[in-house]
Design a protein around this ligand. Structure first.
Ligand SMILES: *Cc1c(COP(=O)(O)O)cnc(C)c1O
Length: 419
């Protein structure tokens, strides 16, 4: 067990609250978030970068809940957003617009206008086409958009093919060698103000080397563009810091901060960082109840009330999550297929996981569920999405109510002609 989720007298706790108490009060499946865990992660970054000109913008997509955004905004963090909806959420949660970065592969006119009207800190632009569009929209609104151009440093990194974003064939950003020409052109546009370069090479990166290689390339280009007469003042290195799933990352944040400091020394640039997973992944568990233990001739299936509609990472990325019985179990450990109730073979959490014998009714915690977990939940199979709780010391609150199936019906319309 790690961090804010510890076992006491055999029972699992989130901070000072027993998970059994949460299951009783709220039902299952439920995501249990640790407020102090999130604060601790933010502080690790803030302390590592103290004294450096660094802005930490939480990547909202990792967990966009208003309570999570409120917590981080209250600690002085900015927000890294990828849609108009995330900008709206960030503002609703109390983040000042001048701390909001708007990234994402395709922003439509309405989203651009929303960002412009609020006067956000920066637009991370991903293509020449988008740059021209932003210029047009900004002139129509009568604003000038601060722009960081997302470049592709051609570095392979990231814990999985689906979350690697900085290789030449990936859809993100423009080739590094085109940046000078594009930003020089941007400098002459009335609606945009080129302020920096941006890169984000992938997610769940567990070593320093790929970051360093990419940043060196981006810094070299940044210097060349400055020398070419474009007054850049910022450099945005994205996010992607790995967390512990099965194995801990092979670097620590202070080492990363020292590397950034060394590379950017004397540059005169404000550094922007966009960590998502690092801030939240290990700070929530998915609390679920076993419905059955199904024993076949050669397999033991533990069927949970959470499924791929609750946490899709194992099905989508083959991701590992630690799985723990909340109150221990019975007998020796044996290989167990931990699966959900959804009618898909990919609906599993772990295959052949060594677990003690559990039975229908037993509570199970799926760990490291805080990033890309509840945000990807759905009502698939008409199973209501999970409830969410936030624990803070000895208090907890429901932060997302369980949505009864009748609420799904409310958004659906049967056309009149069907009678
Ligand atoms: C997803 C994303 C992030 C956050 O990545 P993490 O791996 O969660 O830190 C940051 N920046 C951009 C542009 C992203 O798309």
């Amino acid at each position: 067990m790690t961090g804010m989720f510890q076992r006491r007298d055999g029972r699992l706790f989130a901070e000072e609250v027993a998970l059994t108490d949460i299951a009783e009060a709220v039902g299952t499946p439920v995501y249990v978030n640790s407020a102090n865990g999130m604060r601790q992660q933010a502080r690790i970054l803030q302390e590592a970068f103290a004294g450096q000109d660094v802005r930490i913008c939480y990547a909202v997509k990792a967990n966009h809940h208003l309570a999570v955004l409120r917590l981080f905004a209250g600690m002085g963090l900015g927000m890294d957003t990828v849609s108009g909806g995330e900008i709206a959420r960030s503002i609703r949660a109390g983040c000042p617009p001048d701390r909001i970065v708007f990234a994402g592969i395709a922003k439509d006119d309405d989203e651009m206008r929303l960002g412009l009207q609020h006067g956000i800190y920066q637009f991370n632009v991903e293509s020449v086409e988008e740059l021209h569009r932003l210029d047009q929209v900004a002139r129509a609104v009568g604003r000038r958009a601060p722009v960081a151009l997302r470049v592709n440093p051609n570095v392979a990194a990231g814990g999985h093919d689906k979350i690697s974003t900085g290789r030449k064939g990936d859809k993100f950003g423009v080739p590094l060698e085109d940046a000078l020409e594009i930003l020089t052109a941007a400098d002459g546009m009335e609606g945009v103000e080129p302020v920096g370069l941006h890169c984000h090479i992938g997610s769940q990166i567990v070593e320093l080397a790929p970051f360093e290689t990419a940043y060196q390339r981006v810094i070299e280009a940044w210097r060349a563009i400055r020398a070419g007469g474009v007054a850049l003042s910022r450099i945005d290195f994205g996010g992607g810091f790995g967390v512990r799933y099965q194995e801990p990352p092979r670097f620590r944040i202070p080492d990363y901060a020292a590397m950034v400091k060394r590379l950017t020394a004397g540059l005169g640039a404000t550094v922007v960082l966009e960590p998502g997973r690092f801030l939240v992944a290990e700070q929530a568990v998915l609390l679920t109840r076993a419905i059955y233990l199904k024993q076949t001739a050669d397999h033991r299936f533990l069927v949970l009330d959470a499924g791929m509609n609750t946490l899709i990472r194992p099905a989508m990325y083959g991701a590992w999550h630690d799985i723990e019985p909340v109150e221990g179990g019975r007998g020796d450990e044996a290989p167990t297929e931990v699966v959900g109730p959804i009618c898909e073979s990919s609906d599993f959490f772990a295959r052949g996981r060594m677990l003690p014998r559990l039975e229908g009714g037993d509570l199970v915690a799926i760990l490291q569920a805080g990033a890309y977990g509840s945000v990807m939940a759905s009502d698939y199979n008409s199973r209501p999405g999970p409830a969410e709780v936030m624990v803070d010391g000895s208090q907890f609150d429901v932060i997302t109510r369980r949505r009864p199936v009748e609420l799904q019906f409310e958004d659906e319309v049967i056309p009149r002609w069907l009678g």
